[in-house]
Write a protein that binds this ligand. Structure first.
Ligand code: FAD
Ligand code: EGO
Length: 462
């Protein structure tokens, strides 16, 4: 069935608006979502993707990669009518972190003891398939797979693709080019030729490798399902997110140099016995060896750039605009938030592209830089502080005041994950909290000292 929903195609004032011809480069999570937003506004959308149509490649069992979906991502999915399905039918709620200590014992810190908000583990491929499948409902969306962007003249809105199968060259022009082609974006590469385009990238010393804890013999979960499991070990960190089929996707973060040293099964097992002993029987010794040496660690890169647009012709969104390290679980959520904000700007500026793109560029960077810094900060902090009692003390204080004054005091992780407060305001809010706590502790200290002085004076201790 084909339904064209272009309820917004005509402005509320009754003037027929021009249908824009938009090309979205990249049919990953953000590109396929943005195509839906644009289609709902009645624009003509052509989506070009390098890979094959993932809907045609059934996933091997135990090869599922999952992501944490939180409020910003949910809000965007809601706007295109997919939130309910992703949360209620597919997503697995993670209500807190379950920390694994060295001795194999675990403890839980809930995400939100007050309002019971949680994050959801969703399959990356599943979500991507849902987004692509949804676009079939719009007659104004066309999808082209096996198309690789090889060149772009952004100020003309012209793009060159090469078909990966036939090697044929395809020329395309559009009123608007959306670059949603990920952290190594070709659209961004073309933007680099623009004067005044700022760019920075940072590879961290850690790489990541994915492992798998299979379902148990009764097809159930081997660990309590509704948590994000974390094994904090200083230099090494491991996390596990639950899958629909009761397996777990385990991600090991470790410096590349350490990965290199683990070059035999014996060294690997010795390493796991030392740092992640409880995970060995869960993964299975042989499977651990097999999976570890089957893959190789992938790099993690953070990219910042500015501005995101070229005139009224091209715009970067998602990882293409702001790749962040994954230590806040916000990369996709931030990219989905781009789509929400862009949609609001289409509404505000009545489809005037020059105004829309300029405002997006001028306002969005502050928030994407903020989440990028937060994620990078977590990368450093998680290594050092997780095991330190001061970190847990601060979390306990935060959660206590949050419990007392839930409207006034929202801890940083909660504001980032469970509100749509702009990321840079989450940081400002945290700075304010730091100041308040510092004042309270100074007052507390002074009061204690004063009390002690009075007590001594009154010979209280005599
Ligand atoms: P991508 O998903 O990279 O999609 C880009 C698409 O463009 C791809 O399909 C690619 O094939 C295509 N493409 C690339 N080049 C070309 C070209 N030249 N021509 C045509 N097509 C092209 N985020 C969260 O919110 N929560 C998490 O828990 C989370 N965990 C993560 C864990 C890890 C280990 C990593 C690495 C990332 C994680 N992220 C998470 C971040 C998340 O994966 C990204 O932010 C998200 O995938 C970005 O989506 P995107 O569509 O912008 O880019
Ligand atoms: C010390 C401990 C300092 C991603 C914890 C700061 C991120 C940060 C990678 C978790 C959870 C979704 C994630 C918490 C902090 C995903 C996440 C967190 C990881 C690693 C992740 C938490 C996929 C900040 N959310 N998070 O507290 O539970 O805390 F551990 Cl390595």
């Amino acid at each position: 069935m084909t339904t064209i929903r272009n309820g917004h195609a005509n402005g509320s004032n009754g003037h027929a608006k021009k249908q824009l011809d938009v090309v979205v480069v990249g049919g990953g999570l953000v590109g396929s979502l943005e195509a839906l937003f644009l289609a709902r506004r009645g624009h003509r959308v052509r989506l070009y993707e390098y890979r094959e149509d993932i809907r045609n490649t059934p996933q091997a069992r135990g090869r599922s990669i999952n992501l944490a979906l939180s409020v910003r991502g949910r809000q965007a999915l809601k706007s295109v009518g997919l939130e309910h399905h992703m949360i209620q039918e597919h997503g697995i709620p993670m209500r807190g972190r379950r920390i694994h200590k060295l001795d194999g014992s675990t403890y839980v810190i809930p995400y939100d003891a007050n309002s019971k908000q949680c994050i959801y583990s969703v399959g990356r491929n599943y979500l991507n398939c849902q987004l692509l499948e949804e676009s079939e409902k719009y007659g104004n969306v066309e999808r082209f797979f096996h198309h690789k962007l090889v060149d772009a003249q952004l100020s003309k809105g012209s793009l060159t693709f090469q078909k990966t199968d036939t090697k044929e060259i395809v020329q395309v022009t559009a009123d608007l080019v959306i670059g949603a082609d990920g952290a190594f974006s070709g659209v961004r590469k073309a933007m680099m030729k623009q004067p005044l385009f700022d760019y920075s990238q940072k590879y961290i010393e850690h790489g990541y490798l994915e492992l798998c804890i299979p379902a148990d013999e009764n097809d159930g979960f081997q660990m309590p399902a509704n948590f994000l499991h974390i094994w904090p070990r200083g230099e090494f960190m491991m996390i596990a997110l639950p899958n629909q089929d009761c397996s777990w996707t385990v991600t090991l973060f470790m410096p590349f140099t350490n990965f290199k040293r683990l070059d035999t099964p014996e060294k690997l097992i010795a390493f796991f016995e030392k740092y992640f002993p409880d995970s060995i029987p869960l993964i299975g010794k042989n499977k651990l060896i097999e999976d570890f040496f089957a893959g190789s660690p992938s790099p993690l890169v953070a990219v910042k750039c500015r501005p995101y647009h070229v005139e009224d012709k091209a715009l970067l969104i998602g990882d293409a605009a702001h790749a962040v390290v994954p230590f806040y679980g916000q990369g996709m959520n931030a990219g989905f938030e781009d789509c929400t904000l862009l949609d609001q700007l289409f509404q505000k500026h009545n489809d005037n592209l020059a105004d829309i793109l300029t405002e997006f560029s001028n306002t969005r960077w502050e928030d994407t830089f903020a989440i990028s810094d937060l994620a990078m900060y977590n990368y450093i902090e998680m290594r050092d502080l997780v095991t330190r009692p001061t970190y847990r003390l601060r979390k306990a204080i935060d959660d206590f005041i949050y419990w007392l004054l839930p409207r006034v005091w929202v801890p940083l992780y909660n504001s980032v994950t469970f509100t749509t407060m702009p990321y840079h305001k989450c940081v400002k809010n945290r700075e304010w909290q730091d100041k308040v706590l510092k004042k309270i502790s100074t007052i507390g200290l002074l009061a204690a000292l004063g009390g002690a002085a009075v007590a001594i004076k009154l010979n209280y201790f005599a």
